[in-house]
Design a protein around this ligand. Structure first.
Ligand code: HEM
Length: 128
């Protein structure tokens, strides 16, 4: 049995760590995201590393510490509009570029994140 998980194909803990840190460096500078994220992203990044580890087939780090992810429920306190969803995805897109994650692995990861981001959207864009 030599099927690799996406987590292993990425390069395991080291790459998840680098990807998530790169991602939050973009989040911390994005005008649409700054209003809903804490200014200190240390704990947010730690939880996201745990979550993405298990989401991509690594050890269940998030669930061991926090229980069932219930991601949509955990996002309900925040107003997530289509504009913020796209901002989140653009930060992730840049992070995947910076980390040189390409090809079928990137396509797989991107599809999963895009669908989950869609699922987190809980509010319409403001009228203007
Ligand atoms: C937490 C925003 C999509 C995974 C959070 C927090 C915010 C947020 C504001 C709370 C940060 C904190 O207080 O520390 C967003 C926005 C998204 C989005 C605007 C755009 C659609 C996603 C997606 C995933 C995800 C697609 C997973 C693939 C998480 C996790 C946490 C989190 C694991 C930590 C939950 C906890 O407190 O245990 N997100 N998020 N988010 N987000 Fe998102």
């Amino acid at each position: 049995q030599n099927l690799q998980s996406p987590y292993e194909a990425l390069g395991g803990a080291k790459e998840i760590e680098a990807l998530v840190d790169t991602f939050y460096s973009y989040v911390s500078q994005h005008p649409d995201l700054i209003p809903i994220f804490p200014s200190d992203l240390t704990e947010t990044a730690r939880k996201q590393k745990q979550f993405l580890t298990q989401y991509f087939g690594g050890p269940p780090l998030y669930t061991s510490e926090h229980g069932h992810p219930m991601l949509r429920a955990r996002h309900l306190p925040f107003t997530i509009t289509p504009k913020r969803r796209d901002a989140w995805l653009s930060c992730m897109h840049h992070a995947l570029d910076d980390r040189g994650i390409e090809g079928p692995l990137r396509d797989f990861i991107w599809d999963r994140l895009r669908l989950t981001a869609e699922h987190m959207t809980n509010s319409p864009d403001e009228m203007s």
